[in-house]
Design a protein around this ligand. Structure first.
Ligand SMILES: [Zn+2]
Ligand SMILES: [Zn+2]
Length: 383
């Protein structure tokens, strides 16, 4: 695995060139044999994994100009639900997808949306709580499948940017998936020598953490871990992300409590994609029900403080959006999804702009005036 610490823009790497050299350095006959085996494997693969061919077909759609936000998972917190997947969002700029967070279920939602996971070259993790990170291994596994069976030419590199421990997380995920793929290798079904195509980048400092020809990304730490004992804070961080694109600025709060840093980051943004975890009205909050005694009571207190100070209510989202003067708010990371109308009206008590409460697979477009997309400079559901 290629790893680095990010303290400045580092979007390109020599990994592709290195892998290409490794591939082309083989004798021609060996390459041809390998090509035949790969081609046969692709046929087997497509027969064995029909979902892959569905994803490939639907990917053929023309990329359109402009920004698109595709909410893959909108459920907040660990614990799985049938209607909403764990947090994950795609920002698609002129057809190029960037994935923000990767909760459990992300891979299934990508399939449903018709997006190939291996078309995503860059993933940003806001933080490593289970609901935001545990789906990464599925996405990496599917990426590796395409490398193992079908990729032609230079092998793709998949970059993951995130807080400290991202390198550790990606390495652990690769160590996990290489065991099953090692069996394909032993059976001569996949590539004989597994080569790790994943790059992990720990974000070491607030500031610009990524830039390419489509986007510039700025990340400050937010307040999601403010109650965490200091000794853990150096290696456990939670970030918000500001994406500057040719068509507008989109800010993802990540999970956070009220935060001046996030308000500054979102100043004048076209879209604030905001977390919300408002448990008011939920019976017994999120307290563990089965334990008794002092430890249970301490955990319940810690959980109550976490929900109150390290997540956002409707009122807090509305106030932050007004302070930052953002043009639109998209809510996600929701619990009790039956209350989404209340969530929208709750935010609008404190914020006068448009508010959307996202469902899984909802798409919102931000087009260039006179361009494709919706031809509108204001965010609206895609047509
Ligand atoms: Zn969360
Ligand atoms: Zn969290």
């Amino acid at each position: 695995m290629f790893i680095s610490q990010v303290s400045h823009c580092n979007p390109n790497s020599a990994l592709n060139a290195k892998l290409l050299m490794r591939f082309t350095a083989k004798p021609l006959r060996s390459v041809m044999n390998r090509t035949f085996v790969l081609a046969a494997s692709v046929v087997l693969l497509l027969a064995a994994f029909p979902g892959q061919s569905i994803a490939q077909d639907s990917r053929a759609a023309e990329p359109r100009k402009g920004d698109q936000i595709l909410l893959l998972g909108t459920h907040g917190g660990p614990g799985l639900e049938t209607d909403r997947s764990e947090p994950a969002s795609l920002l698609i700029v002129d057809g190029r997808p960037y994935l923000i967070d990767c909760g459990i279920g992300t891979m299934r939602r990508l399939l449903r949306a018709g997006i190939r996971s291996d078309s995503i070259g860059t993933i940003f993790l806001t933080h490593d709580h289970p609901d935001h990170a545990l789906g990464l291994v599925d996405v990496m596994s599917n990426d590796f499948l395409s490398v193992d069976f079908g990729a032609r030419g230079p092998r793709p590199a998949f970059r993951v940017y995130g807080p400290p421990q991202t390198q550790e997380l990606v390495q652990a995920a690769y160590n996990f998936i290489r065991i099953p793929y090692g069996i394909f290798a032993a059976e001569h079904l996949g590539v004989a020598t597994l080569v790790d195509p994943f790059e992990a980048h720990d974000i070491a400092h607030d500031g610009v953490i990524f830039q390419d020809d489509k986007i510039r990304v700025i990340a400050p730490e937010n307040t999601h871990y403010q109650l965490m004992p200091a000794k853990f804070r150096a290696r456990m961080k939670s970030y918000a992300y500001r994406f500057e694109t040719p068509y507008g600025v989109i800010v993802f709060t990540g999970d956070t409590g009220p935060s001046d840093a996030v308000v500054r980051l979102a100043k004048g943004a076209d879209v604030l994609v905001s977390e919300m975890e408002d448990l008011r009205g939920r019976e017994n909050g999120a307290r563990p029900q089965t334990e008794a005694g002092r430890e249970a009571s301490e955990r319940a207190k810690a959980l109550e403080a976490h929900m109150r100070l390290e997540h956002l209510t409707t009122e807090e989202v509305g106030k932050m959006a007004t302070k930052a003067q953002v043009k639109t708010v998209v809510l996600y990371h929701l619990v009790l999804s039956g209350r989404t109308k209340n969530f929208v009206s709750g935010v609008q008590e404190f914020y006068s702009g448009p508010v959307f409460a996202g469902e899984d697979l909802a798409r919102y477009c931000l087009g260039a005036p006179g361009g494709d997309g919706n031809g509108s400079h204001a965010l609206q559901p895609c047509q």
